[in-house]
Design a protein around this ligand. Structure first.
Ligand code: HMG
Ligand code: MG
Length: 333
């Protein structure tokens, strides 16, 4: 380690650059028992942008009774939207989740340029999360994707329970491939493969990606979304990178879970991901020190330590950096 950074040892067969799709403000905060004040969420998103994150999933336009933690979407989204209008490389993509036309209307009315629908490979989770069967959920998404595209918005399709389901157990690869194909046929630009309860292992990841390719789904349309319940998220990510995936979802400080799947714990921590990627010589554009300082700051607001191993290892250093930053900005005023 040199000055809080891993030594870089590039390996064969890996991408030169990875796009990190930050889900902390959405997947992370949706699962907090306390509702985080909207000003704190906005500052969290700004700090993530200042740490170099360029895709930050800001919130969800779902029913407020289903996810009360994100009921402030109408206030939060406009308060950070200027980030999307930054010039050139500084511009931040701010995708939001929309389950149905009502959610899409709310998002488009505020200028959202990217939305995500979220389906399930299993009937149990489709019912628990969307109050729909798998087919009914896809039917609900059809006009959402069509209208979003008419409005010029990009559309991501999430698919949950791609590896295992807390009610149904193992999920057959063929089932997952079938629903992925249907999401792409609706017009989704990108698919994010969700290991909602963190049970995947690297061979399983490779098997699913291979089966998707065989079904005509190109790897450049795929992202991976690993929760870290069994400590496999980084190993699974490496398997996906070796397969050619270059978009990886993660959550700052390892925040996260899913309110409708009890066994879902936090997402892969962005800091743990960035430590590995930079160690492999893979460019992310992210400043690990600033990112860690952001997660330490957020952990203080939430009143509990970050579960990320990298945040814990770097925390004293990043706290110093953060207070140094605030001293420096104070001096400049
Ligand atoms: P429902 O109860 O079936 O709703 O819920 P409905 O369609 O029957 O509508 C009932 C009322 O809700 C109506 O109002 C609608 O207008 C209103 P009324 O006519 O009775 O006055 N309504 C809405 N209001 C505001 N915004 C909306 C909206 N939609 C309807 N968008 C529904 C169906 C889809 C709405 C509900 O199930 C829902 O909101 N679910 C969201 C659950 C959720 O957000 N889960 C977490 C995200 S998924 C996840 O975390 C997994 C992921 O990370 C990947 C992974 O890890 O695997 C993505
Ligand atoms: Mg998730």
């Amino acid at each position: 380690m040199i000055d809080g950074l891993p030594m870089a040892f590039p390996a064969e067969g890996l991408p030169a650059r990875v796009r990190v799709h930050e889900v902390g403000p959405r997947d992370g905060l949706q699962n907090e028992s306390a509702v985080v004040p909207v000003e704190v969420k906005a500052e969290f998103i700004r700090r993530l942008a200042d740490a170099g994150l360029r895709t930050i999933e800001a919130t969800s336009f779902v029913h407020p009774k289903w996810v009360p933690q994100l009921a402030d979407a109408e206030r939060l989204f406009p308060s950070v939207f200027d980030l999307a209008d930054r010039e050139g490389d500084e511009a931040v993509r701010l995708p939001v989740l929309v389950p149905n036309e009502r959610g899409l209307e709310r998002a488009l009315a505020l200028g959202a340029r990217e939305v995500a629908v979220f389906g399930s490979a299993t009937e149990s989770f489709a019912k628990a999360n969307l109050n729909r069967t798998v087919d009914e959920a896809l039917a609900m998404f059809e006009p959402v994707v069509a209208r979003a595209k008419e409005a010029g918005a990009g559309v991501r399709g999430y698919l949950s329970m791609c590896f295992g389901d807390p009610w149904e157990g193992p999920v057959p690869v063929a089932t997952v491939v079938g629903v992925c194909r249907r999401l792409l046929d609706l017009g989704c630009d990108e698919l994010s493969l969700g290991d909602t309860i963190g049970v995947a292992t690297p061979g399983h990841v490779t098997a699913l990606l291979t089966a998707l390719n065989e079904a005509g789904v190109p790897t450049d349309r795929l992202a991976v979304h690993f929760h870290d319940t069994y400590g496999q998220a980084l190993a699974n990510t490496l398997a996906a990178l070796r397969h050619g995936v270059t978009t990886v979802d993660s959550s700052a400080g390892g925040l996260g879970g899913c309110p409708y799947a009890k066994s879902a714990t936090g997402n892969l921590a962005t800091e743990d991901l960035v430590w590995m990627l930079h160690g492999l010589g893979i460019d992310t554009g992210i400043d690990l020190g600033r990112l860690t300082a952001t997660s330490v700051w957020m952990a203080e607001r939430l009143g509990r330590p970050s579960p990320s191993r990298t945040v814990r290892a770097l925390a004293p250093r990043s706290t110093t950096t953060a207070s140094q930053d605030s001293r420096d900005s104070h001096k400049e005023q």
